[in-house]
Design a protein around this ligand. Structure first.
Ligand SMILES: C[S@@+](CC[C@H](N)C(=O)[O-])C[C@H]1O[C@@H](n2cnc3c(N)ncnc32)[C@H](O)[C@@H]1O
Length: 258
């Protein structure tokens, strides 16, 4: 069935519905391990909503498409259903989940990582995005910036054939957990993020040169820090893990005027 709404067609809304029961169960099994009320983003025709409603927890389902909202309300009388845009709706829920439109992955993730309310997010995103966020094959700048506050875990690959219509790429289940104790004090977050940005975008032939430039620290201090932290073999910022970023921040960048 071709689906139209005042928000645009199926393609614009990223309406790739999950149809594989094993994948739906796998997704909900990750959510089951979390605690507290749940917000489901992009509930669609309720394939995940149905299983979530069996967890016996408070559940709010949103979708931007009014036809889905109408049908969700008819099918799920005990849960709260709202017609809402995931880029605007409140994120004041302990747990945020969803098979989110692939085209909105980055803005939704950015929004989530800025919000302070939730403690777990379970998202079905494009496989490459889920992999990179989880730091497999190198971290993205966004992950490196967020890592002192969040743990990113990859919980499995979802073949494109498990969706209808079939997207051009596989999906991946990403579980993001807020750290109870951040590895960098939250009042230093802006400075830390700037340091990561400056290092990711900095110029230099070696990591030492890049960090010397991004921090303004003397090159001897940078070389000593990299050696003390056993990081001399690392060539690119994306290959630094969260412990390395945090150590470099506290040794070389935190107390330097910028
Ligand atoms: C990939 S489908 C997932 C549907 C269903 N949860 C499933 O897994 O089969 C994404 C859903 O997000 C909805 N959507 C698209 N843009 C949205 C937005 N900005 N805010 C909320 N929902 C949106 C679409 O209408 C669609 O139902």
């Amino acid at each position: 069935m071709r689906f139209q709404s005042t928000n645009g067609g199926r393609h614009e809304l990223g309406q790739n519905f999950l149809r594989n029961p094993n994948t739906i169960n796998r997704f909900v099994a990750v959510v089951r391990e979390t605690k507290g009320g749940i917000l489901e983003i992009g509930a669609g025709d309720g394939a995940i909503t149905r299983k979530l409603s069996l967890l016996g927890r408070e559940l709010t389902a949103i979708d931007v498409d009014e036809r889905h909202v109408k049908r969700l309300r008819q099918n799920f009388s005990t849960i709260r259903v709202e017609r809402a845009d995931a880029l605007r709706f409140t994120l004041e829920f302990p747990v945020i989940v969803g098979n989110i439109p692939f085209s909105l992955t980055t803005p939704i993730l950015r929004r989530l990582l800025k919000a302070s309310s939730w403690h777990d997010a379970v998202l079905l995103t494009q496989w490459e995005v889920a992999r990179k966020r989880a730091g497999i094959g190198g971290r993205t700048m966004m992950t490196a910036q967020a890592a002192p506050w969040y743990v990113f875990e990859l919980c499995g690959r979802v073949p494109a054939q498990h969706f209808t219509p079939q997207p051009s790429v596989d999906g991946g289940i990403l579980h993001v957990t807020r750290r109870e104790r951040p590895l960098v004090p939250s009042k230093e977050r802006r400075g830390y993020e700037n340091f990561v940005y400056a290092t990711f975008t900095g110029k230099g032939r070696t990591l030492a040169q890049v960090i010397t430039q991004s921090t303004g620290a003397p090159s001897n201090d940078v070389s000593r820090a990299l050696s003390d932290l056993s990081l001399t073999a690392i060539r690119l910022p994306r290959d630094l893990d969260v412990e390395a970023w945090v150590s470099l921040w506290s040794r070389l960048a935190r107390n330097r005027p910028r």
